[in-house]
Write a protein that binds this ligand. Structure first.
Ligand code: IVH
Length: 722
């Protein structure tokens, strides 16, 4: 331990924080970037393992700024483990966790007028409303901050939590208490009331804060949103108190009694209780009015004094909101209409090739750094080889067919938090001698053939588990925040452990055997550079803690193509346990049979995801790796959604014939929200057939099988909706 402190102190002493990057020769710059990556990486690790940090906050910030300045001067030398890419999630470790009583969701996006029209069409279709039936919406600015949930019990602020992963957030109660816009008490409020909204920082306050930080040598922020997030997520609430945060209320979570019948009514009540609500909120009678209001807000945007990145539309009638319900991570009754992205021109310096965890070969643009919407951008995604060649996803030309070449002058844009993209190229500035880019047909990491299959826009490395890049990316995904999220074991550590001959973490299971293997090794982890007794024992403890883990996290962590967080969640909810999931995948055949039908009946699972899951689970090498992992774990079953007292939880229901009081989509969504499985065909596994007028062969089959058959009213009575 002591050695490590001396070592760090020695390294810092070797770095003159006052040096000017433009005085450096490239080899000096490269050497310094290496030292900075080591020192700052170690500092991050110290932070995680809660050892006494060897680096003060001020030194940390200074070195991080120096690192960024050198990278700006020598973008080619930026390292893959650059400290600039490791943003301060570390701070979060000190907060307690809060499980949200009602999940905090995100919003689907609309990018143009057609998307807004589709939103209205789909809602009408779901509810079975004709084109002329009245349907009101609210429209309000989408605040570019971070969401916060405030829980009031008996009129007193009891708890404040960030969104986190939507299920669990960080307890920031002490910090929220310092925000002037957050009332500490409410009069005449329901016994339980969770108010949700956005914490943000106004432009003027942001500029003043950065100026103060500059003067005191503290950390400056790239934009108001980062400043708001950094200020709210301070372990020392007195720092939050000194930061000028604001809050707009726009939604709610758990409430013990209804607060209104409409969205607009609810917002008015929040304002009565003393919350700031956005003055640009308006009720509109349909897409045309929504779009007109959007345009008005867009015109006022620059003068608002705070950042907004779109306009949010919500169905006004709360009874309709309830009927519409939710997809896996977004409500059906709301959408965010985003403003067009900001643009900037810069030079395309180089094209790098990265290999992802599913073997996808992704070209990345290395750019001369340029500021886009307040953030310095030096990389952009180039998607795939067609994209570079000027061909879009549907085979038609993009950029009027203009290809991208190294040295080109390109237009970059950022929309929200997404990775920057390239919109256009200026051919008048193309350097003489620039040649079309030749896309590699072998994997640059393992030398295996990189093949593009029919219908796939992406070329993929065929090396599978033998490709080190795929294996490392899989491991990084595995330890990611929404996956195993092991404290002290981030992307950097798994990459190092992968390449280390003794530690040899080649697949996820190896993480869980690490402690035992380290015990047997001659050179122990604790004796290595950057590690010590405490940090290693903390790491092994954190790994052990994670053996017990929920099924949905496990499914997500496997990194199966097409299975994201929400896909993993619906699979987990459907199958309930690892054993049932694995059995079903063993039994499944692609494209046919009961197991295939059952998998495809899940809302949120389509043929592409289903095929990918089955293929992975049935591929012998992949499966061996997965089974080795599962053997190390205690996978926790996932219960069906809260369906206490639901008379249909766990039952398989089939709807047939005409439904008169709701659409098929609504019936299915409602049944699933009550924990039922909805299937398209009658079999011996069917529990209930709901038959409307015109029911044909399914009713007959159900009768033959002796399955309970009821009509629509019978169904509504059964589920208590009559
Ligand atoms: S409503 C169930 N309204 O945008 C839907 N969200 O992209 C709850 N946001 O996580 C969200 N302004 O942090 C809503 N007026 C507004 C908003 C807003 C900003 C944020 C919020 C949400 C994110 C989704």
């Amino acid at each position: 331990m002591a050695d490590r402190h001396v070592d760090i102190a020695g390294q810092i002493a070797g770095i003159d924080p006052g040096l000017r990057p433009d005085d450096l020769a490239p080899d000096e710059a490269a050497h310094l970037l290496l030292s900075l990556a080591q020192v700052l990486g170690q500092a991050n690790l110290d932070y995680h393992t809660a050892d006494a940090p060897a680096l003060s906050d001020a030194d940390y910030d200074r070195l991080k700024r120096l690192n960024a300045a050198i990278e700006a001067q020598f973008p080619d030398l930026k390292r893959s483990d650059s400290p600039s890419d490791q943003v301060g999630a570390a701070v979060a470790d000190g907060f307690g966790k809060i499980t949200h009583a009602v999940r905090m969701l995100s919003l689907a996006n609309a990018f143009d007028d057609d998307d807004v029209q589709d939103f209205d069409d789909q809602i009408r279709k779901f509810l079975g409303l004709g084109a002329d039936a009245p349907l009101n919406y609210t429209a309000e600015p989408k605040i570019d901050g971070l969401s916060l949930s405030l829980r009031y019990e008996d009129g007193r602020l009891k708890q404040a939590a960030t969104r986190g992963d939507g299920e669990t957030g960080e307890n920031v109660t002490q910090n929220a208490l310092t925000i002037a816009d957050v009332p500490q008490t409410l009069t005449d409020a329901p016994a339980v009331l969770e108010v949700r909204g956005e914490v943000y920082m106004a432009h003027a306050d942001f500029a003043a804060l950065n100026e103060r930080q500059n003067e005191s040598g503290g950390k400056t922020f790239a934009n108001p949103r980062n400043a708001a997030a950094g200020s709210l997520r301070q372990l020392d609430a007195s720092i939050t108190a000194a930061r000028p945060l604001k809050f707009f209320a726009y939604a709610w979570g758990e409430v013990s009694s209804a607060i209104a019948e409409t969205q607009s009514g609810a917002i008015a009540r929040l304002a009565d209780w003393g919350f700031s609500t956005n003055p640009l909120t308006q009720v509109c009678d349909g897409p045309a009015e929504l779009i007109a209001h959007y345009k008005q807000i867009e015109q006022q945007r620059a003068g608002l004094g705070y950042d907004i990145d779109g306009v949010v539309y919500k169905v006004d009638d709360l009874a309709l909101q309830r009927r519409l319900g939710f997809r896996s991570t977004t409500p059906r009754w709301a959408i965010a209409h985003k403003f067009p992205a900001e643009l900037a021109w810069t030079r395309l310096r180089d094209i790098d090739i990265q290999v992802g965890r599913t073997g996808a070969i992704s070209p990345v643009a290395r750019l001369d750094p340029v500021t886009v919407g307040g953030v310095v951008v030096s990389n952009a995604t180039l998607h795939n080889e067609d994209y570079i060649a000027g061909i879009g996803g549907d085979g038609t030309p993009i950029r009027e067919g203009r290809d991208l070449r190294i040295g080109d002058w390109v237009q970059v844009y950022r929309a929200g938090d997404v990775i920057p993209k390239i919109k256009d190229v200026d051919l008048s500035k193309r350097p003489d001698g620039a040649v079309p880019y030749v896309f590699p047909d072998v994997c640059p990491e393992c030398g295996s053939a990189a093949i593009r299959e029919e219908g796939d826009a992406v070329r993929r490395c065929t090396g599978g588990l033998i490709c080190p890049a795929q294996a490392v990316e899989k491991l990084k995904h595995f330890v990611g925040r929404a996956a195993f999220d092991i404290e002290g074991l981030g992307a950097k550590q798994v990459e190092a452990f992968y390449h280390d001959a003794d530690l040899s973490v080649k697949q996820p299971a190896d993480i869980f055997t690490l402690a035992a293997r380290d015990e047997a090794n001659l050179t122990k982890l604790k004796n290595r550079d950057g590690w010590g007794e405490t940090s290693v024992s903390n790491l092994f403890y954190a790994i052990d803690e994670r053996r017990k883990i929920a099924l949905n996290r496990v499914l997500f962590s496997l990194g199966i193509r097409h299975v994201g967080e929400s896909g993993a969640a619906v699979l987990a909810r459907h199958y309930g346990s690892w054993a049932q999931f694995a059995d079903a995948m063993d039994a499944a055949q692609i494209g046919e049979g009961a197991a295939w039908d059952d998998l495809n009946s899940i809302d949120g699972v389509g043929a592409v995801m289903a095929t990918s899951v089955i293929t992975t689970m049935q591929q012998p090498a992949e499966r061996a790796s997965i089974d080795a992992l599962i053997a190390e774990l205690d996978v926790q079953d996932v219960a069906a959604p809260a369906t206490d007292g639901s008379p249909v939880a766990g039952k398989t229901v089939v709807f047939t014939g005409t439904l008169e009081k709701m659409t098929r989509a609504e019936a299915k969504a409602r049944a699933e929200s009550l924990g039922a499985k909805v299937s398209g065909s009658v079999s011996a596994k069917t529990d209930i057939l709901v038959a409307g007028p015109g029911a044909g062969s399914k009713a007959k089959k159900a009768a033959d099988l002796g399955i309970e058959t009821i009509d629509e009213d019978g169904w509504l009575t059964l589920i208590g909706d009559a």
